[in-house]
Design a protein around this ligand. Sequence first.
Ligand SMILES: [Fe+2]
Length: 270
Amino acid sequence: MRIEQDVGHPGDRRRRVADVHRRAQAREALEHDSKPTWFEYLELPLRNDGMFPVTWALWSRMPLLFTTTCRFGRLTEKTMQVTGTPTPPRKFAHFVLRTSRYHEVVDFYKALLCAHSTFSNDILSFLTYDEEHHRIAVLNVSGLQDQQRGTAGVHHVAFTYDSLADLIANYERAKLQSIEPVWCTNHGPTTSFYYRDPDGNQLELQVENFATVEESIEFFHSPEFAENPIGVDFDPEELARRLRAGEPEVDLIKRPHSGPRGFDAHIKIF
Ligand SMILES: [Fe+2]
């Protein structure tokens, strides 16, 4: 059951997310430790880049299969097990768009995300809204075809705000610049506003509904999510009105029960 929570400083949440990853890595390491490979029995020295085994295998005329696997520098599952902790990226850095609507797209991201340019010329713009040197890059390429519905690729990119008040304030500010969401829904773990850029790329601006990652993951496994994995749609104006009227955010971001839902015509993103 959800109770009122102090969501705390955003840094606390990042630390909790890091803890979840560390615990998952520790679990994986334990699983690997319980299944030693023949490498471990032989106590062969290994380097993280896998080069020593390659050299060693070639020198000692190891079976062709092994040398072939490692020759191109790939770390196989077996070598991963003995080379230590897997190293995921520290963060997601940026994404890059190519467009023939260059100035339109640059202006859109600046307006929607309160971003500014750290570099810009006639063919390339770097945009950021925080400490990163660029979060979005836009390439000016003439003659590109428009996106076709039903083409495989990225569905949307999401940005998280600290609070519902921030999210609503951004919605209202963007609306004044004629940028409006195409779909608003409460997924359960997030309250989300979906937008489309001038090329049709889809963006989600969201606020987390739960205070912890564990609660969000728990929701994915709940009967409520099984019944409706899509979301409960809302009117952004009504949500803004209720927030201004003083209703607590913790109540406004709680997903109401609306019964079963699958993919339907009300989903305004494709
Ligand atoms: Fe999303």
